[in-house]
Design a protein. Sequence first.
Length: 173
Amino acid sequence: MRLNSRVAGGLTALLALAGLGTAYYAQLVLLLTPCDLCLWERWPYRIVIVLGVLAALARPAGGRVILGLTGLVFLVGAGIAFLHVGVEFHWWNSPLPECNSMLTPGAPLPMVPDRPCDAPMYLVPGLPVSMSAMDFLFEACMAVLLLVYVSRAERFSTEPKVSIKNHDLARSK
């Protein structure tokens, strides 16, 4: 069975929805407070959900283009997650000033206690892989899968390709 761009778009949207749903489940049900980088990691999922639905509704050629863009959005998300993993392992400081636990003198305290970005959050007890590391692995794998799918789908496309030479030959006859 060949996977067409509509099915691939729908699956991509559902997987992104599941990823975003996992983050909200951890926050609202397990009461794990996200840090500011965690909140930034959610934006690519929102964009991917919209792009996945658009790819599912588009014609095959347009769907492949949208899925290619979706793969690039996943790459950006993997980059944000990798940045967060680096902050957790103290390889570098967070670029977000909110993550560096510096309060402005005289400013009111936040309504929700901030979680420092360098404190890993573990979803699965006993598994020493933080949520940001799981996010990095998921988004990097999805980016590779989508970009490989798009490159192979274009190579094996069943749509007729019109070349300039064939078009000119048809005109001259």
